[in-house]
Design a protein around this ligand. Sequence first.
Ligand SMILES: Nc1ncnc2c1ncn2[C@@H]1O[C@H](COP(=O)(O)OP(=O)(O)OP(=O)(O)O)[C@@H](O)[C@H]1O
Ligand SMILES: Nc1nc2c(c(=O)[nH]1)N=C(CO)CN2
Length: 163
Amino acid sequence: MAFILISIGSNIEREKHIRVAIRELRQAFGALQISSVYESEAVGFDGEPFYNLVVGANTDLSIEACVELFKQIEDRHGRKRNVARFSGRTLDLDLLTYDQQVCQQPIELPRDEITKNAFVLWPLAELVPEQIHPPSGLTYRQLWQDYPKQQKLWTVPFSWSED
Ligand SMILES: Nc1ncnc2c1ncn2[C@@H]1O[C@H](COP(=O)(O)OP(=O)(O)OP(=O)(O)O)[C@@H](O)[C@H]1O
Ligand SMILES: Nc1nc2c(c(=O)[nH]1)N=C(CO)CN2
């Protein structure tokens, strides 16, 4: 059994798509650990602001199977492919970590974005503050403490009880 961390993002009908993602991931993995939902401006392009959060789950699926599952969920919920990389999206699901595995293939783990984007690092530091980020040897709490807080990010009240 592996413990995985997943990043969720949406800037098109964001509340609906964040709820859909939680429902789909619960169906696939059972109980989830869910961070707060964070709102921020689109980074890297001019677009609608995003909702982002991070989810933890236990799974017997392989890395490849997780990535394939996330693609299928994105496709079921209106994700357009073959458009500019930095453009609006209904739903983006990315595998951030798979246990403490460090690799480049089949995908880069831990995902490079962890240390680059506040909208990934803040929810991670909230959800698993004492977990070690393997390449740096630092906890997510330490990484977030040291992160230059230039990007504005704020939490959005969300309740999952009816989902
Ligand atoms: N960590 C990951 N989690 C999920 N899929 C990944 C990951 N890394 C690579 N992939 C796969 O490779 C493809 C391209 O990955 P990448 O995440 O770089 O692009 P993207 O999903 O289009 O962009 P972004 O996630 O930055 O919005 C994805 O569509 C996915 O199939
Ligand atoms: N705030 C925010 N900006 C982004 C995001 C995102 O999830 N949140 N995702 C992107 C492409 O993956 C590009 N820019």
